[in-house]
Design a protein around this ligand. Structure first.
Ligand code: SF4
Length: 376
């Protein structure tokens, strides 16, 4: 089984914290769709003999496309990747794009899951992040999508914004739970280099997020969603029982995927490649030069080991010790168990006969623990 990710590199306006690849000019949207369609035929052999199980329209903002534009690319997907066993087709959408007409049209496409970029149900946070929607639109978008028959919905929420008190974060979580969405992804606001947020903080015109506030709000997040019956199945992801995001879970379970569009990444088990993160160069190389502009790296055994540790430790399934022994040898398993011992003594991880999993406390230190378990 495999997945396909399609990157639509356009946004209405730039959120100040964002370091994804996108352009706020839609002037070349038509050419971009033609280029992505052509890329499909260039990459048709990448997934070899695996059936496509999930498709994920991400970005950028794929909800800027019309249902007809989505269907046009969809037809080319069918043509180039006929081996499909589809269970999940997700569209990332911003609340301000979800109007009745668009949702109605979307019902006539294969999209069966929406991932809505809510981020907060409160205006002061949305303004701080320079989001294109307001609090009222956030709430309305989810209810409207549910009314139109989309029950498989994920929402994104951001915590740690300096505009949000702990009480307001609790309110955000209560509002999310009240909406009854089966899936919630939640991330701490991070200040990425070269973003508008980083510049504003440097100039002193905006307050920076504080680590201890984010850590506290992460604990509030775990408490509130646990109480509401969500499983904390990945460090930033929570689902009602069994309602995991299949596409992302396949990433975490080391399945192959193909990324289409500028900046999109692909993985086939032994190497990674990533398309150029530049719309003009991406389109020119495909449309005028008949080639794809990308970089590639072959993964060494150490790379594969470290990636497995980093990704699996973040999930509720944890590090599979049998997999480590089978893929990397008994000695690797032994070394890992020895290295992990000091975190078990702090109660940050639980070691059993077949796995290593983060404890609740350890979830606050996931990256640090993973990097300490890496092979040098
Ligand atoms: S809508 Fe998403 S991709 Fe676009 S700028 Fe905002 S966070 Fe980034």
């Amino acid at each position: 089984m495999s997945g396909i990710y399609i990157h639509i590199p356009f946004c209405k306006q730039a959120c100040n914290y964002c370091n994804f690849h996108f352009s706020t000019s839609l002037k070349y949207k038509e050419d971009m769709l033609t280029a992505i369609g052509k890329e499909m035929s260039m990459q048709r052999g990448y997934l070899e003999n695996t059936a496509v199980e999930t498709i994920y329209w991400g970005g950028g903002t794929p909800s800027l496309l019309s249902a007809d534009e989505l269907l046009r690319l969809w037809d080319q997907l069918q043509l180039n990747f006929p081996d499909q066993a589809l269970t999940e087709v997700t569209l990332e959408a911003n609340p301000d794009d979800l109007n009745p007409a668009f949702l109605q049209a979307l019902k006539h496409t294969p999209v069966n899951r929406l991932s809505i970029g809510i981020q907060s149900f409160q205006d002061q946070d949305l303004k701080y992040m320079n989001r294109a929607h307001n609090a009222q639109q956030a709430d309305y978008a989810v209810k409207l999508a549910q009314d139109k028959g989309f029950d498989n919905i994920s929402i994104d929420l951001i915590y740690g914004t300096p505009t949000m008190s702990h009480t307001q974060w609790k309110d955000n979580l209560q509002q999310a739970v009240a909406l009854g969405v089966p899936h919630i992804s939640s991330y701490a606001l991070t200040v990425e280099p070269a973003t508008a947020l980083a510049h504003a903080i440097k100039k002193g015109t905006t307050k920076a997020p504080a680590d201890q506030e984010s850590a506290y709000q992460f604990e509030q997040l775990m408490d509130a969603l646990d109480e509401a019956g969500y499983e904390h199945y990945e460090i930033s992801n929570f689902a009602q029982p069994g309602r995991y995001a299949r596409h992302n879970t396949n990433y975490w379970k080391n399945k192959p995927y193909l990324g289409l569009g500028p900046s999109a990444h692909s993985y086939n088990g032994s190497s990674r490649k990533w398309n150029i993160a530049n719309n003009a160069v991406y389109m020119r190389s495909i449309l005028q030069e008949g080639r794809l502009s990308f970089e590639q790296e072959q993964l060494s055994e150490k790379d594969r080991y470290n990636e497995y540790i980093m990704v699996s430790l973040r999930t509720m399934w944890g590090i599979d010790l049998d997999y480590i022994a089978g893929a990397f040898g008994n000695q690797a398993q032994q070394n890992l168990l020895e290295a992990a011992q000091r975190f078990a003594e702090k109660n940050w991880i639980n070691i059993t006969a077949d796995s290593i999993k983060l404890s609740r406390q350890g979830r606050l230190f996931a990256d640090r623990i993973a990097s300490d378990l890496f092979l040098e």
